[in-house]
Design a protein around this ligand. Sequence first.
Ligand code: PLP
Length: 242
Amino acid sequence: MKNATSTALTVAGFDPSGGAGLQADLKTFSAFGVSGKSVATSITIQNTVGVEGIHNISPEVVEQQLKAILTDGKPDAVKTGMLGNELIVETVVRLLRRYRIKKIVVDPVIYSSSGKSLLSLAGIQAMKKELLPITFLLTPNLNETEILSGVKIRQPSDRIRAARALIKMGAKNILIKGGHLKGKPQDFFFDGKRSLCLNADRVAGGDVHGTGCTLASAITAGLAKGKSTVVAVKEAKEFIGL
Ligand code: PLP
């Protein structure tokens, strides 16, 4: 087997159906030839129909997992997904700061595709206050964009206002995933200066949970390999077929 030189870490929830969360991320890292590590934040009980239960892992155990991995060699990039509550958000931020991780892709998972809450209200506040200031790339969908930025998105032109608000909160780059606005879905990228509209296709019906996880982990893999942000985003979109 070829030696995978780049490494990426995912900090996310466990989905026993394998569609989202840790397994989806590790499969994606592997498809990009990146060596993957994973830290579990929550055990979800779910299948392709929906989420039946959530058991968040204690922040002490999240911290121990992170320490074990981060003392063992710094990953080239880190992705965060479902974080569950404010204690886990704060623990993850503290450790990523302590180990000076810079390439941090944050998929701000707030609801499952089936509508179940995956992050507490206090967790959302902690994400805004603590996690966004160390975020290299934030990948919210439209709903997450509205919740985090406080900007209502009624038309495509509202996205720049929301992206500016998120940059002001500390994130360096924003990729707002389209999909729920009328008309052709489009992803919107903003790095604080330059904005870019990227065409997207509507994901066909059926079970689509995990699409957001896969996109964010594909971008993380590209960043781990040293690609520029825009190239990593474009290649990740190609990978998931959007
Ligand atoms: N992370 C976990 C553990 C999940 O269970 C889910 C959705 O069910 C998500 C993340 C979000 O997935 P999506 O990629 O559909 O936004």
